[in-house]
Design a binder for this molecule. Structure first.
Ligand code: MSP
Length: 643
């Protein structure tokens, strides 16, 4: 019988649209599930939504709708997003579902009955965006949250507590005895250090709001959102119900992996195993905590306001481009940065040049020299042949190791080594030279056969990741399913190839400058006002007064020498100062029409060069999809303040 593999993402908060950070976790799990399927495991993939808690209640209130309406909408949107991204999840759990609530209530009552949960008074501080509670000593200066730095609020209320302290020793022992329970190693060490400081009992119920699962024996309390949320990993499988086959099959099966971001490591590495110990449920899972996708200016987060959404990348570039970038760019255990430049370069270099071209050249040469059909030649292998076939076997081995250790960026590097090796093999064997000599016909066929076999290997290994390009590769080389299996990963397995007449490029090459600008515009939402791509964070008056806004009079303006969209203007901003400002308004204004007009200028922006021309400020304009209008004033003079 097939071995089982159960993989989960965190269940996401429906507090805002999901961004490429959350998408990373979901795509990573999807790729791992597909890899296990390639290895013929019975793989089961769970994702879902974490729909309770004060934060969600507040978001719904702000929208003027009931929390359930809000979460219904968000769940539908999220499922639709995962469908667009072709995520192969098997179940989508929502914590507002009855099947989940009943299990959480049972868990809570059981822990209460056996004395692991007791009633007490909670005094402390709560950070709403993090859904976390802190004692006074844990807070930073000004009572701000130690994790996110935002303000916390003080609370004192009756609360149930979970005796974490009672299990502290057992948990440490468990971690020691299961050295690969938490990966990467650095994260494991963080967890150990945290436990060694001593665990406080955890407040696990609330009475100040009611958007949550009620405690059956004392319904003025709702269950703390993390106890609620963590239970999803077994409630979705039917734990403690009559319908518990999946729980037995997958939770008690061969391999269980929770993939989480480093931000929620503690909940999964401490609360969750302790809950399971207390429930007498086996801790079968391994925990993998990955790093974060950052923006150039720091953390990407819904609540902080700097975000890239997957749809903008998907629409303009495609699914495989998005999947490849996300999985390739985040180093194991570390953080990665999403920049438009890195994204376009990965498409151009890795996907279009290295991989796409290899297929293109191979299919073209098989057509050109052999009318589309080649087969294996029993020639004694040249050192180049040997080197390439060895590399195929080696790559399979390395890739398997990387994937089994959840090192996807590494696995992709492994495959790309084979791709580079194959490209080099073309340079070494020079098929175009062999083609000139009729006596070297079999040698030439042997070279192309090696390339086709290498591409077949590459295609199989990339199946879990490039889900649109690999079927195309198999079609172009006309490889049937039996030769795309893991079992068939062996040089010489497929004896002949009949390829399509004209190769279809897998990944078009992109214009770097144009696309970098396009992504920037898409991120800033200039092209899509329906869905603002950046959620602007709240600022204080102190932030606002940092802007030096003044009236300026345009004294000259001309087209930018190198950019159609830009105008270069000289602006009198009072006090005998003239600034040169480059602005993206050329499509809407003739330069001459601006001369003599008064505009609003941000005068204390750091100077930058835009397409080679210095810009020392910014002219303010309003815009929507149809038009752009510079804000002109009539009665004010250069230098007058705008407040
Ligand atoms: N609801 C909790 C999880 C409960 S699991 C029992 C939660 N939800 S969340 O919506 O905030 O999503 C968190 C997860 O999204 C992170 O743990 C991480 O997996 C992923 N990411 C969020 N931002 C991210 C990046 N910028 N980069 C990579 N992953 C990120 O926490």
């Amino acid at each position: 019988m097939a071995k089982t593999f159960y993989i989960t993402t965190p269940i996401y908060y429906p507090s805002g649209k999901l961004h490429i950070g959350n998408t990373y976790t979901t795509v990573l799990c999807d790729a791992l599930k597909r890899y296990k399927e390639l290895r013929e495991f019975d793989a089961y993939y769970l994702t879902g939504m974490d729909e309770h808690g004060k934060k969600i209640e507040t978001v719904a209130n702000e929208r003027g709708i009931a929390p359930i309406e809000h979460v219904n909408e968000m769940a539908e949107e999220t499922r639709a997003l995962w469908d667009r991204l072709q995520i192969k999840y098997d179940d989508f759990i929502r914590t507002t579902e009855k099947r989940h609530k009943t299990v959480v209530q049972k868990i809570f009552e059981k822990l209460l009955d056996q004395g692991d949960i007791y009633l007490g008074t909670y005094k402390g501080y709560y950070c709403m965006p993090c859904e976390s509670f802190y004692t006074e000593t844990q807070l930073e200066d000004n009572h701000t949250c130690p994790d996110c730095g935002r303000e916390t609020s003080q609370l004192e209320e009756e609360s149930y507590f979970f005796k974490l302290s009672k299990y502290q020793k057992r948990l440490l022992q468990f971690i020691e005895q299961n050295p690969d329970f938490i990966t990467p190693e650095t994260r494991k060490n963080e967890v150990i250090a945290f436990i060694q400081q001593g665990l406080n009992d955890l407040s696990v119920s609330r009475t100040t709001f009611d958007w949550g699962i009620k405690v059956v024996s004392n319904p003025k309390h709702v269950v703390y959102v993390w106890i609620d949320a963590l239970s999803n990993y077994i409630s979705a499988l039917g734990y403690s119900t009559e319908n518990s086959q999946k729980y037995e099959r997958y939770w008690q099966g061969d391999e269980v992996i929770h993939v989480v971001g480093k931000d929620i490591l503690r909940f999964h590495a401490i609360y969750w195993p302790i809950m399971l110990m207390a429930l007498d449920v086996p801790i079968t899972f391994k925990l993998h905590a990955h790093g974060f996708y950052m923006m150039k200016d720091g953390k990407m987060s819904k609540s902080k306001g700097q975000v890239i959404y997957p749809d903008i990348i998907l629409k303009r570039y495609g699914l495989d481009e998005l999947r490849y970038f996300l999985l390739r760019e985040l180093p194991y255990g570390g953080d990665g940065v999403f920049t438009p430049e890195a994204f376009i370069e990965r498409i151009n270099f890795d996907l279009a040049n290295d991989f796409g071209n290899l297929l293109n050249r191979t299919v073209s040469m098989i057509n050109k020299y052999f009318d589309g059909t080649i087969s294996t030649k029993d020639l004694s292998p040249t050192p180049f042949d040997e080197n390439l076939t060895e590399m195929m076997a080696e790559t399979v081995k390395e890739y398997k190791k990387s994937m089994n250790n959840l090192k996807l960026a590494q696995a992709l590097q492994d495959v790309w080594r084979l791709i580079s090796r194959s490209n080099k093999y073309i340079d070494e064997t020079t098929p175009w030279v062999l083609a000139k000599d009729p006596e070297k016909k079999s040698q030439l066929e042997n070279v192309l056969y090696h390339l086709a076999e290498s591409l077949r290997h590459i295609g199989i290994l990339l199946k879990p990741i490039l889900i649109e390009a690999t079927p195309s590769l198999f079609n172009q080389l006309n490889i049937r399913d039996e030769f795309t299996s893991w079992q068939s990963l062996e040089f010489g397995k497929k004896k002949s190839y009949s390829v399509i007449k004209k190769p279809i490029p897998l990944f078009p090459r992109l214009d770097v400058e144009e696309e970098v600008e396009a992504i920037r515009e898409l991120i800033l939402g200039k092209e899509d006002h329906q869905t603002p791509e950046i959620i602007i964070p709240e600022i204080s008056i102190e932030d606002f007064v940092k802007l030096d806004l003044r009236i300026g009079k345009v004294i000259a303006s001309e087209k930018h020498p190198d950019a159609d969209k830009l105008l270069v203007s000289k602006i009198d901003i009072g006090q005998n100062q003239v600034r040169q400002i480059v602005s993206g308004i050329a499509k809407h204004y003739d330069p001459e029409s601006l001369v003599g007009k008064s505009v609003v200028v941000v005068t204390n922006l750091k100077p930058v060069k835009l397409r080679g021309v210095l810009s020392e400020g910014m002219i303010l304009a309003g815009s929507n999809k149809q038009t752009l209008e510079v804000l002109f004033t009539k009665k004010l003079n250069p230098g007058d303040a705008v407040k």
